[in-house]
Design a protein around this ligand. Structure first.
Ligand SMILES: NC(=O)c1ccc[n+]([C@@H]2O[C@H](COP(=O)([O-])OP(=O)(O)OC[C@H]3O[C@@H](n4cnc5c(N)ncnc54)[C@H](OP(=O)(O)O)[C@@H]3O)[C@@H](O)[C@H]2O)c1
Ligand SMILES: [Zn+2]
Ligand SMILES: [Zn+2]
Length: 355
């Protein structure tokens, strides 16, 4: 046993069972291949997905689970075929680390939609059969295709949340043409994803209404994030006043909720994008048919739109609001996500706390 531990090359924190409790864990990353980069991780964001898979909510967790898919760090080694990166580059890795690289979606830079399935950054089964391990760890080895350049001078701790929370809302917002100044956007749930939707909405010139369950988030939503309106979704009168007023809704709620009360807020031909992951989606057909509404879903984004989003955030000076915490705080951070107690993304300072 002792010798095995000595040989492990990567330090991380892992959950061992559905209690989801994380503790230090040593494991091996693969040797660098010709197209790989090896990245020393400096920061990793804490996504609700980390709660989902450490606690086996979907019944498919493969323990030990090392979570984390908002990874930022510095390139420490590159394989001989790597073209886009050099040692020392400031880079990121998001929610997937592999795909077939040869299907219609991969060929368009939409690798997350790969017909053979993209390989998620943690709890995924990679091409060699190994179970992927995420960013609550000291380094990661990844094919250069799934690695992003962090724009110059964009701070590492702020870049991390862009790699899941940011791209997950940016990609469908662009696909549904939500970047039309003057239109109105509703954002359900003000956590990691939701606060990015507010920031993008304001950058696109939209009138943004936050639809929240937490009154404690009102003040900052209006001042710090620049939302135009804040409504508690259980307030029937305020919800009634909003009926038929929104062009778009981005639903980022992590928990179960009704859909009809939100769908009726849309204007005729309005678009509703679901990115949160409730256990069930159920609504009256009339909520969709009357008013010719569109209801759609989305999962993170391809490599092309992800790199574009990073450049957009740098150009427009869009910065997530984060709480930087040490790795020892990871269990508390996950607990706080479950209590909706987050403003608005925890980012783990891997560099200074994971020893
Ligand atoms: N589609 C994708 O690619 C993708 C990527 C990442 C995450 N996700 C999913 O997206 C969701 C949000 O992730 P996140 O990291 O942003 O989570 P988060 O930071 O924990 O924020 C989620 C927010 O949703 C709201 N909420 C929670 N339960 C609710 C309920 N029952 N009804 C209404 N609102 C509720 C709360 O905001 P208020 O306090 O304002 O109500 C909460 O803070 C999760 O389900 C996650 O699994 C999907
Ligand atoms: Zn995520
Ligand atoms: Zn593919």
């Amino acid at each position: 046993m002792a010798t095995q531990t000595v040989n492990m090359n990567c330090h991380g924190w892992a959950a061992r069972d559905p209690s989801g409790v994380l503790s230090p864990y040593e494991f091996n990353r693969r040797d660098i291949a010709a197209d790989d980069v090896s990245i020393r991780i400096t920061h990793c964001g804490v996504c609700y997905a980390d709660v989902v898979w450490t606690k086996n909510y979907h019944g498919d967790s493969k323990y030990p689970v090392v979570p984390g898919h908002e990874i930022v760090g510095l390139v420490k080694e590159v394989g001989p075929n790597v073209k886009r990166f050099n040692v020392g580059d400031h880079v990121g890795v998001g929610t997937y680390v592999n795909s077939c690289r040869d299907c219609e979606y991969c060929n368009q830079g939409m690798e997350v939609n790969c017909v053979k399935g993209s390989v998620f950054t943690f709890n995924g089964v990679d091409a060699d059969g190994s179970i992927t391990k995420g960013g609550y760890s000291s380094f990661i080895v990844v094919h250069e295709r799934y690695c992003y350049k962090i724009p110059e001078n964009y701070p590492s701790h702020l870049a991390a949340p862009l790699l899941c929370a940011g791209i997950t809302v940016y990609s469908p917002m662009m696909r549904h043409n939500m970047n039309q100044p003057g239109k109105s956007l509703g954002v359900i749930g003000l956590g990691g994803l939701g606060h990015m939707a507010v920031l993008f909405g304001k950058a696109f010139g939209l009138k943004v209404t936050v639809l929240s369950t937490s009154i404690a988030k009102k003040e900052e939503a209006l001042t710090l994030l620049g939302a135009d309106n804040f409504v508690i979704s259980s307030d029937e009168q305020k919800m009634k006043a909003l009926a038929g007023s929104l062009d778009f809704i981005v639903d980022t709620a992590s928990g179960d909720h009704q859909f009809d009360p939100y769908l009726c807020l849309l204007k005729t031909q309005g678009a509703y994008v679901l990115v949160g992951f409730p256990r069930e989606v159920k609504f009256s057909p009339a909520s969709l048919l009357v008013g010719m509404k569109t209801f759609s879903g989305s999962i993170t984004g391809g490599t092309k739109v992800t790199q574009e989003m990073l450049e957009f955030c740098a150009a427009k000076k869009i910065y997530p609001k984060v709480e930087v915490v040490p790795i020892e705080y990871a269990n508390d951070a996950l607990e706080r996500l479950m209590k909706k107690d987050v403003k608005y993304r925890f980012v783990i300072d891997i560099e200074n706390s994971l020893k």
